[in-house]
Design a protein around this ligand. Structure first.
Ligand SMILES: Cc1ncc(COP(=O)(O)O)c(C=O)c1O
Length: 400
């Protein structure tokens, strides 16, 4: 399908909830590159918003998905599902937590954390006594009614009242505010180790460690949203590993199955016990296709030293970006961890810069009006960094 036909059908038949799409229709991907319907090649520094962990068409992921599709796609959770059980084992071993609940998206994974927290709280203090979950301003947790209420951004909530009761928001990276917000209605604190949609804002070491200590002291749960920061993006499988803490529950989605829709909530035993038979479920959650893709993604990350690659190439990317900051007045600085980065701009021109990059064959995202977000596949090498930085350099120069 060419771009004009694609656009016509989209505008005629698809709900227009994504605003204006860029005038590009990708038709093929291989490694860190995408090709559009006109045959143009792009270097992908977005990875489908932190989804395509292994780049595009990774041979092992392609083979696993093809084999699974040709064998068995779906049976339901009435039956045992081999790759679901194996993926759960891998996630438990990697997280140090106890059990995994599979679903289909990041919002659903957070919804599962919230439901488990409420039921855990009901078991401990009585239903409705301590239902409140504290989250952060500028956070993003999803678009279901509970997760949009949890989200700390008014735009996401506009027009959806009445919102879910039992949420309270505090400033991010402010331990005193967190402490002051915990009263005897609160059962949990939910936070992103790196705020993604806010423009890549990293939690301070002292903040996350302090939150862990605070939650322990007050007997409440620490829940982490690693939907964007998880699956190796910051250089460890979970960002929380770098803080030397372990949460009571953590959500994953995006990059977990390398591009196949999936979500996972990983619980400690107490949270897991709060969801006994019949309390939660979803038809597709943990199906053969999605969990075979997740299992393979996790195996490739381990077998092909993908985390080592992030930890080798990310400092190089950061150093090259810092040189750009020195050269261009427009750039204020670089923030983030691993391959979860933002370039802060002194003016609100991120959209224009994103378009200038796309014209030159580089896909990036304008996460805020004044911040460009870089989320490359975890498999990029130094050559791709050089290519991206050269395009960024030219694009920034073209703006001036
Ligand atoms: C931190 C975080 N949580 C939750 C979500 C929601 O995930 P999904 O879009 O898969 O529902 C996102 C998506 O951007 C996210 O970045």
């Amino acid at each position: 399908m060419d771009l004009a036909e694609n656009r016509r059908l989209d505008e005629a038949f698809v709900v227009q909830n994504y605003g204006t799409r860029l005038p590009i229709a990708f038709v093929k991907g291989e490694g860190c590159y995408l090709w559009d319907s006109e045959g143009r090649r792009y270097l992908d520094f977005l990875a489908g918003i932190a989804v395509c962990t292994l780049g595009h068409s990774h041979p092992r992921l392609v083979a696993a998905i093809a084999e699974q599709a040709a064998t068995l796609l779906h049976t339901s959770n009435y039956f045992h599902i081999g790759p679901q059980a194996r993926t759960a084992e891998l996630l438990v071993q990697a997280s140090g937590l106890d059990r995994v609940l599979f679903c289909n998206s990041g919002a659903e994974a957070n919804e599962a954390l919230l439901k488990a927290a409420r039921r855990w709280s009901a078991g401990r203090w009585g239903e409705g006594v301590r239902p409140t979950v504290i989250t952060c301003l500028n956070s993003f947790h999803g678009r279901t009614l509970a997760t949009l209420t949890a989200t700390g951004n008014p735009k996401v909530k506009d027009g959806f009242a009445p919102l879910m009761p039992g949420f309270r928001h505090v400033p991010f990276n402010d331990l005193a505010a967190a402490e002051a917000a915990i009263d005897d209605t609160v059962c949990a604190f939910l936070v992103e180790p790196v705020q993604g949609e806010a423009g890549i804002i990293v939690a301070d070491d002292a903040y996350l460690r302090g939150l862990r200590a605070l939650c322990d002291e007050r007997g409440i749960l620490l829940l982490l949203d690693e939907v964007q920061s998880g699956v190796g993006r910051t250089g460890t499988l979970f960002a929380f590993e770098q803080y030397g803490i372990r949460p009571d529950g953590v959500s994953l989605a995006k990059g977990l199955a390398g591009g196949v829709p999936i979500g996972a909530a990983i619980f400690n035993q107490a949270l897991s016990d709060a969801l006994p038979a019949g309390t939660h479920g979803t038809t597709f959650g943990g199906n053969f296709l999605a969990t075979r893709a997740a299992q393979t993604t996790l195996e490739v990350i381990a077998d092909e030293q993908v985390l080592e690659n992030v930890n080798d190439v990310a400092p190089y990317l950061r150093a090259e970006l810092d040189k750009l900051v020195d050269r261009h007045e427009l750039l204020e600085g670089v923030r983030g961890r691993g391959f979860m980065l933002a370039i802060a701009l002194r003016e609100e021109v991120a959209n224009v810069l994103r378009d200038a990059c796309a014209e030159r064959g580089l896909v990036v995202n304008a996460v805020r009006p004044n911040a460009l977000r870089l989320l490359p596949p975890l498999t990029i090498g130094r050559a791709q960094v050089d290519e991206a930085v050269a395009i960024l350099d030219a694009a920034i120069t073209s703006l001036a």
